[in-house]
Design a protein around this ligand. Structure first.
Ligand code: PGA
Length: 249
């Protein structure tokens, strides 16, 4: 079933004590909701985040992982390691991973496979750059990103896939896609997923919007039919803002 989701991607922010403080603020303020609420702290704080959040309705997810099961990959983190500290969901394909760490579609396809093989859920990020949109290439780019990384999957794999459309020009820039632009793209994504995997898969997959979501614009974006929630960066770093965004859903 399609779920509403609000996920906070903390990126490379918050050391251990800041993590504990923000989580305790969230525990105090996050409302009871039917939506899933997720936060993604940095790797080193995942275990403590899991411990602090035990018994609360906030899930801990990872920002990345390596595609190999284990081995000589200095500095990397495996699916099994994440699972061993209570993490069952991983964000893959974030535009910052693509832009700064050379993560290309083929690599992301391998990471998705490894996550699913380990019974993990994936929040798969994709989205066009500003030049693509200006050139009216945005639908083609998004379609290619999805096809290259996800369209080799089996139908049943999709129960563990959450999509996050994040136009790169809207991430951390204060620019947001208009609610109409978000809806237009989300409807397109649902259509191509439905065409490839059937309407049950298309109707059930949650499609989040990401890119400068904040308390002031969240309700309008979330009101769109094919927008099932948000992946929140900057505004997830302040409890009051993140909670306001959760309230908007
Ligand atoms: P932003 O980041 O909300 O700061 O634009 C979104 C994201 O990168 O997931």
């Amino acid at each position: 079933m399609r779920r509403k989701i609000v996920a906070g991607n903390w990126k490379m922010n918050n050391d251990l004590s800041q993590t504990e403080a923000l989580l305790n603020d969230l525990i105090a303020q996050v409302p009871q909701t039917d939506a899933r609420v997720m936060i993604a702290p940095t790797f080193v704080n995942l275990f403590q985040a899991f411990n602090v959040l035990k018994g609360h309705n906030i899930e801990v997810v990872a920002q990345n992982m390596h595609q190999a099961e284990k081995g000589a990959y200095t500095g990397e983190v495996s699916a099994q390691m994440l699972k061993s500290v209570g993490v069952n969901t991983v964000i893959l394909g974030h535009s910052e991973r693509r832009a700064y760490f050379g993560e290309i579609d083929e690599l992301l396809a391998a990471k998705v496979d490894t996550a699913l093989a380990n019974d993990m859920e994936v929040v798969f990020c994709f989205g066009e750059e500003l030049e693509d949109r200006k050139a009216e290439n945005h639908f083609a780019i998004v379609e290619a990103q999805l096809k290259n990384a996800l369209f080799h999957l089996q139908k049943e794999d999709w129960k563990n896939i959450i999509l996050a459309y994040e136009p790169v020009w809207a991430i951390g820039t204060g620019e947001t896609a208009s609610p109409a632009q978000a809806q237009e793209m989300h409807a397109f994504i649902r259509k191509i997923v439905s065409e490839a995997f059937g309407s049950e898969v298309g109707n059930n997959v949650s499609i989040l919007y990401g890119g400068s979501v904040k308390p002031a614009n969240a309700a309008e974006i979330f009101s769109k039919e094919d927008v099932d929630g948000g992946l929140i960066g900057g505004a997830a770093l302040k409890a009051a803002d993140f909670v306001a965004i959760i309230n908007a859903i």
